[in-house]
Design a protein around this ligand. Structure first.
Ligand code: ADP
Length: 464
């Protein structure tokens, strides 16, 4: 907005236009009313004055015997007012405006003369289009039957109004100037508190209540922005922590592998022990493989690049296949895995759903004891599909029920590592459950066992 001229978009331009149009309209209306009022009161006064003058003249003429001197007497009276003496038959006897009265046409039919002949007095205003003048006539009947008529010519309303145009133009020019200055001043006053707005604390400003909704919106947006910034920062920190944790978790098996491999390379391992050493190397390599596998799954989940939830997945059948895959592990740990329930479907992605069940059953075996069991119960509980994975294992302390879902959190680090845990299993489970629109709950008693309860939305519900 340029401060020196008004653009269409500027506030001062808007104020200027509005106030100007309004003021000019008021002034014009006001002038018109005043003009008309003035004109009519002036006309009325003039009419009254002329009538009085006509009556004076009539009184004078009635007292003065009609003789040769009357016309000359009347001629003396005549100034701006025209005197006409008309006989009862309409003949013009005398006219102060014309030397040869007898040449004038018969005035008997003139309305004011007629009226005077009938009623004793008559007055009329006639407008001359060509001269733009009004002529006021006032006639009075004399005792001898003749009529004395006075006439006065004045400016008409149009002419009268025309004389007002000059002053009006000046007034309008002054008004434009005043409105210009006024709108500048008003704009400055209106804008002053707006310029001084504190956008850091939008709701702290107390200016116009009309601005409150705007300030509230700004505040809301700022809060949203702050929230987003916080979340981005949190995600960034989490990613950094995750990367450093991953590198840290990789270091240990790699060190073990390269240590044993170096010993074997340098011939420092008895050929009888080489089987044992290559077994250790193999185990560490497996641990690294699991870790990399889990990290890949998690990062795919983080990027939401796991495909659409467009497959119908039978959780019961999937639990059975998972149990089968885990037979070598459960046998080696001496733990029984049982799958119970009935065929129950959710809409989802099979690889992810399988990973989810696999990790839960694997944990149930891993944190169990010989002779223990893991039961997977699949069913429907009115609200939707439910999976319960119950083990007879070590249990999870109450205060860690939330923490076990965090990445790399382990209740018992050595046990997790010994049995090939990565610390990422439950993080993947939780992520996968949420991805399928479900929820997960832990119930556990230390020393007795743990149950994970997974609830999913019913399939047809999801379709809506
Ligand atoms: P991990 O690969 O170490 O098993 P998880 O993320 O799967 O990692 O589990 C995190 C931690 O939660 C485990 O280290 C373990 O201490 C505990 N945990 C998980 N499942 C069970 C369970 N069924 N019983 C007891 N503790 C468990």
């Amino acid at each position: 907005m340029s401060p020196t001229h008004f653009s269409v978009k500027s506030l001062s331009g808007k104020i200027f236009n509005t106030v100007l149009v309004f003021t000019i309209a008021v002034i014009l209306a006001f002038s018109a009313i005043i003009t008309v009022l003035f004109y009519f009161s002036y006309e009325q006064e003039a009419e009254a004055a002329l009538t009085e003058q006509a009556q004076d003249a009539a009184a004078y003429l009635n007292e003065t015997p009609s003789d040769e001197n009357v016309p000359s007497l009347l001629a003396q009276f005549a100034g701006t007012v025209r005197y006409t003496l008309i006989a009862a038959d309409g003949r013009v006897l005398f006219d102060s405006a014309s030397a040869d009265a007898s040449a004038a046409e018969n005035h008997g039919s003139r309305p004011e003369v007629r009226e005077a002949l009938d009623d004793g007095h008559g007055s009329v205003v006639r407008y001359s289009e060509t001269l733009k003048t009004d002529t006021l006539y006032s006639a009075v009947k004399l005792d001898d039957g003749s009529v004395i008529r006075l006439a006065e010519t004045r400016h008409s309303l149009v002419a009268f109004a025309t004389t007002m145009l000059g002053p009006l133009a000046v007034a309008l020019a002054v008004v434009v100037l005043l409105v210009f200055v006024l709108s500048r001043l008003l704009t400055r006053r209106i804008m002053k508190p707006i310029d001084a707005l504190n956008f850091a604390e939008p709701l702290e400003n107390e200016i116009y209540e009309e601005m409150d909704p705007l300030l509230e919106r700004i505040d809301e947006q700022q809060r949203m922005l702050k929230q987003q910034t916080r979340e981005i920062a949190r995600a960034e920190t989490m990613r950094r922590d995750f990367s450093s944790n991953v590198s840290h978790e990789m270091k240990t098996p790699l060190q073990v592998i390269s240590g044993y491999a170096e010993l074997m390379k340098n011939g420092l391992v008895d050929p009888a022990d080489s089987r044992k050493f290559s077994g250790l190397i193999y185990e560490e390599a497996q641990a690294m493989r699991s870790l990399i596998n889990d990290v890949l799954i998690l990062s795919r989940l983080d990027e939401a690049a796991v495909g659409d939830r467009d497959q119908a997945i039978d959780l019961y059948a999937m639990a059975q296949s998972v149990a089968n895959r885990l037979v070598p592990f459960s046998d080696s740990e001496g733990v029984r895995v049982l799958v119970e329930g009935e065929s129950t479907c959710i809409a989802g992605t099979d690889t992810l759903a399988e990973e989810m069940l696999y990790n839960l059953v694997e944990n149930g075996i891993r944190y169990n004891h010989e002779g223990g069991s893991v039961r997977v119960i699949v069913g429907n509980d009115g609200a939707g599909p439910v999976v319960r994975v119950t083990d007879t294992g070590v249990g999870i302390p109450e205060e860690m029920h939330d923490k076990v879902f965090e990445r790399f959190f382990r209740v018992d680090k050595s046990r997790s590592k010994e049995t090939g845990g990565t610390g990422l299993g439950l993080a993947i489970v939780k992520h996968a459950v949420m991805y399928h629109g479900g929820s997960i709950e832990v119930k556990s008693t230390l020393g007795e066992g743990t149950t994970f309860i997974l609830r999913f939305p019913a399939m047809d519900e999801r379709a809506n």
